[in-house]
Design a protein around this ligand. Structure first.
Ligand code: GLP
Length: 251
């Protein structure tokens, strides 16, 4: 596990984007995993700048979104179909046909989840998974207690997560109660992982993920067992790490 700490979220995003561009240059048919939420937005903007500057070409790359709400119209501005199109597919000039999002409106959700997992396998698995982290340590929508061997499936959202995400909706009553998410085993199977976290609200979740023993009560802590994971943090998100870690310089 590498920890890279920067003064600002934009600095962290710029560094993460450069690292991703190096990987993409080596592998034009890169398979990305993409998170939604506010944390990766500076990273997507930084990647967009590299695309505009001709330093990153993702036209032959594919992407699989981490998750999607169940029952939310894909046209809804807060559906992850909309967000991925807005934050990833369009600004990164990706081929829309190669960008997939879990089918949260499928009639047979179980079958759709299995099919999503099969599509990832068909693409050869995810090369580089971009992750955020929930305040309760969730990754994707794998809430505390999610099984370590979980694959893409439908999950119930905790009150804490619905409350956190209610900022994107008129009220908490509008926040869906379920989601379809890549599982912990799906995420851990990615060949490399970039986790971005910004702001003081994530400091405790980041500390628990990095410094406490890996435990399913804090799903992000499982990343300690992944061979190639880097946390890109701004100073606030890193502020509860032990002094030794906080003194580490960015790679
Ligand atoms: C959301 C998403 C996650 C995201 C997390 C944190 O609910 N399902 O993929 O990483 O919660 O979101 P944010 O970055 O907005 O704090």
């Amino acid at each position: 596990m590498k920890i890279a700490i920067y003064d600002s979220a934009d600095d962290a995003a710029t560094a993460a984007a450069k690292a991703i561009a190096v990987t993409a240059a080596q592998r034009p048919d890169l398979v990305l995993g993409v998170a939604t939420g506010s944390s990766p937005q500076p990273l997507y903007r930084a990647l967009g700048h590299l695309v505009q500057a001709g330093q990153l070409d993702l036209r032959s790359a594919s992407a699989f979104a981490l998750d999607e709400y169940v029952g939310l119209d894909y046209q809804h501005p807060e559906s992850y179909h909309s967000i991925v199109q807005r934050d990833v597919t369009a600004p990164l000039n990706m081929d829309a046909a190669r960008v997939r999002v879990p089918e949260g409106l499928a009639l047979d959700l179980c079958r759709a989840a299995t099919a999503y997992e099969a599509e990832i396998a068909l693409q050869g698995g995810i090369d580089l998974q971009i992750l955020g982290i929930g305040g309760n340590g969730h990754i994707g929508f794998n809430e505390p207690g999610s099984p370590v061997d979980s694959r893409t499936r439908v999950v119930d959202l905790t009150g804490e997560t619905r409350s956190a995400n209610s900022r994107f909706f008129p009220s908490i009553d509008h926040v869906p109660t379920q989601a379809m998410t890549q599982g912990l085993a799906t995420i851990m199977a990615a060949r490399s992982i970039v986790l971005v976290a910004n702001g003081i609200d994530k400091a405790d979740a980041v500390r628990r993920a990095i410094e406490e023993p890996a435990d399913l009560s804090h799903p992000a802590s499982l990343l300690q067992r992944h061979p190639r994971v880097t946390f890109y943090l701004d100073a606030a998100a890193a502020s509860e790490l032990s002094t030794t870690l906080a003194a580490m310089t960015a790679p």
